[in-house]
Structures are given as C-alpha cells and as structure tokens.
Design a binder for this molecule. Structure first.
Ligand SMILES: C[S@@+](CC[C@H](N)C(=O)[O-])C[C@H]1O[C@@H](n2cnc3c(N)ncnc32)[C@H](O)[C@@H]1O
Length: 399
C-alpha cells in the first residue's frame, strides 16, 4: 500500500506493552495529578513543574484522557535530540521518519514550548519543525500535508529546555479542561481542571453539603457533582486525538467508556448561587448539558443573603478579582465574604481562591491554610477558613 493510499495515522510502539507519557497540568496540582495517574494504573510516576511523567500501556493512555480530572493534556514523547540553533533543529526534525507517524493527506499542527537561551520565539521554532516535516513529505511523496491549527488529524508538541529538544505526540487534542458540558460561560469562567483541583484540595468528602455562593457559570458545583456521582470528566467529549491514530483500539476505548463507574450511595446536597440572574441561567444550562440539572440546586442570591442548610459542609468559591474591578471594590467583596461566613456559615469549611493578597486580609478571618495556585498566568492563593461559632442573623434565602 502506498503512503498516500489511506487516510490513517500510524505511529510506532503503542500497539503493545508500556511506553512513556507526560500529563500536563496547572502549577500546584501536580501532586493530585500524580495520585490520579497512579489510580488508573500509571507506573514510574515522577512529578515535575506543571507536569507528571509516567509510563503505561494503551489502556492507561485512554484512561488518563478519559478519567483524570486534573490533567490538561496527555503527551507521548516521540523523539529527543540536542540543538542549539534553528538549522540544527530543522536538520534533526527532518531526520525523524514522519511518514511512520502520518500521511501526506492528513493535517497536522505544531505547538512550541520554549525555555532556552538558544532560541527566541516558540512560534518560530514550531514553524521550523513544520517546514522540516513538510519538506520531508514533499521530497518522499511529492506532496506535503496541510497545516490545520483548529482541528488537525495530528498534533505535535515541541518542547525545548536549554539545548534539549523533545517532540511529543498530543493524544488529547483540545485541552482536557474542555469537558464538553460548558456551552455557556460568563466573563471570567474558571478553568474546569483548576476547579476540579480546588475541590480535591479542599478535602471535600463527596458526601456532605457542598456550596459555591458565587458560582458564575457553575463550574465548581458541576465539577463537584461529577465527582460525587463518579462521572468521568471525558464522558461529554466528542473526541480525543488518539481516536484518529492508526492503532486506535476502538474495543478497548468502548470498554473504558461503557464501564460501570459505581455511583456513590449518598447523594450529597450540591448548591450554587450567584447574585447575577444571567449567571444562574448559564449555570443551569451547563448543568442540563451535563445531565446534572436535577443534582445541583442553582439559585439567584447574593452571598450576604444566604444561609446553608445544616451545620456543616464545604464551601469553595472564586470571587471576582482583578480585571476591571477596582482594588477598593475587591476589598469590599472580601470583607463581605468574611462577615457572611462568620455570621451564617458556622461549622463550614470555606476555601476562597483569590489573586489579591491584600484583599484576602479584608475577610478579617484567620486563614488556616494557604495554597499557591495559578489561574492562567495569575498567581493566586487558595485559602482555607474553618468557621467556628459566632453571631447569626436571619437571612431571607435558605437552601
Ligand atoms: C469570578 S466569577 C465566578 C466564575 C465561576 N467560578 C465560573 O466558573 O463561571 C465571580 C462571580 O461572583 C458573583 N458575585 C459577585 N459578588 C457577589 C455577591 N455579593 N453575591 C453573590 N455573587 C456575587 C459574580 O456575579 C460572578 O458571577
């Protein structure tokens, strides 16, 4: 069969046995990610910065994409080499047999990540490797594969650290935070992977009451409900990149997809509220997309007017911060949060994500723990408060 006879993608050595993989995540979530990878059978797990490397077979690769909540993407290293300039990079990239990986009628895309004194622009180095691949195909087959940055058949990741270059195959495609349920998002939606990580860090037992009183488009309650009901985060996705690979094992993936993920016997009370009616409409729409409409109680309410049911539970939220909000307003919001927690949330454990260390002080509560997390480029503190007995007022909205 000639190279360009079939529109399939091949790549070496995942057909049997183990191989190396890299899972990417946000800074601060590496420890959780390592635990999740171990739980799905990954081996030789090593934590790095914003990543975890591990080994496993094809089943582990599929499960890492389908089941792991704190992974942004799963990559498979292909080829490592040293290069100190663009010509070397081009030559080494040209020397790899790309026709073992895909065909000239497939589309491809390359992303570059750079941390090196030898190279300046990640876009430019990606372009160099793209040229090497296209030139090799043209010289071997007379035709070059097209680049498609939106929905390529094959995604390649180029990582350069110093003079150490690694080419990796991206098995995920779209970032795994794009679960598929969020069709509606507000002005500052929280990344789903970060939301899942925050819930895990909070130590919520998945059985007791869980609340996000500033829930926006509902990401935190939605991720909490998926965890409580043991719903794999990949269940709503239309596609993973590995499904286009030549050695894609449809039976194996169906087995993982259709497997029973045993339900938690206790269905916890999960609630989300926001003062903005538009936000609550979005949150409800997203919950319906995730078939979780009946599992989450979404309400329009200001945090100040809210009391939780019962006398214990977990509250996780990311209040507004940064952007167009003035410093004084951010401080006021945090002070209102502090007052409301003290008055109405006795017995609760509250976790607040904020990038504004000054504003955090305005809560007037003693933080029990502070964890550094990154919301995109923003360095944040995820702060824990245990709310003990205090004065209570009677607010009008009760869950
Ligand atoms: C950063 S956004 C939350 C984003 C959310 N986690 C998501 O994924 O879409 C902050 C939210 O707090 C809400 N908010 C601000 N002040 C509030 C208050 N006093 N009571 C309730 N909600 C409030 C805003 O309407 C906004 O939706």
């Amino acid at each position: 069969m000639k190279l360009n006879d079939r529109k399939v993608i091949t790549y070496p050595d995942t057909s049997s046995g183990g191989f190396d993989m890299v899972a990417k995540t946000f800074r601060g979530l590496e420890y959780l990610l390592a635990g999740e990878i171990e739980a799905i059978g990954g081996e030789n797990i090593r934590k790095g910065t914003r990543m975890v490397s591990f080994s496993g077979n094809k089943e582990v690769l599929y499960r890492a994409n389908f089941q792991v909540r704190t992974a942004l993407r799963i990559l498979k290293p292909l080829f490592k080499f040293h290069a100190k300039n663009e010509n070397e990079l081009y030559r080494r990239a040209y020397s790899f047999d790309w026709s073992a990986l895909f065909l000239n009628n497939n589309t491809f895309a390359i992303d570059g990540v750079l941390n090196s004194p030898y190279f300046n622009h990640s876009k430019y180095i990606a372009l160099k490797v793209k040229d090497a691949i296209a030139d090799q195909f043209r010289s071997k087959t007379g035709r070059r594969p097209d680049v498609d940055t939106e929905n390529p058949d094959i995604r390649i990741n180029l990582h350069i650290s110093g003079d150490q270059c690694t080419l990796l195959l991206d098995s995920s495609g779209e970032s795994l935070h794009k679960r598929g349920y969020r069709t509606e998002s507000g002005p500052a939606p929280l990344n789903e992977v970060l939301a899942a990580g925050m819930i895990m860090l909070s130590g919520w037992d998945r059985k007791t009451t869980f609340i996000d009183p500033m829930c926006g488009s509902g990401t935190i309650p939605l991720e909490a409900a998926m965890m409580a009901h043991n719903i794999p985060p990949g269940i709503y996705r239309k596609q993973f990149a590995f499904q286009k690979w030549f050695d894609f094992d449809d039976m194996l993936f169906r087995k993982i997809y259709n497997q029973e993920y045993p339900e938690n016997h206790i269905s916890p009370r999960i609630a989300g509220s926001d003062k903005s009616p538009r936000s609550i409409a979005r949150a409800r729409a997203n919950a319906r997309n995730a078939f979780l409409g009946k599992k989450i109680d979404f309400r329009i309410s200001s945090f100040e007017d809210l009391v939780p049911p019962g006398d214990r539970g977990t509250l996780v939220t990311n209040p507004p911060y940064g952007g167009r909000l003035k410093q004084v307003n951010i401080k006021t919001i945090h002070s209102v949060i502090g007052d409301t927690l003290k008055k109405n949330f006795t017995g609760y454990t509250a976790w607040i994500l904020s990038s504004n260390t000054e504003a955090i002080k305005s809560t007037g509560l003693r933080p029990e723990r502070k964890i550094i997390l990154y919301n995109g480029p923003l360095e944040c503190r995820f702060v824990k408060y245990s709310i003990y007995k205090g004065s209570k007022k009677t607010p009008p909205v009760i869950y």
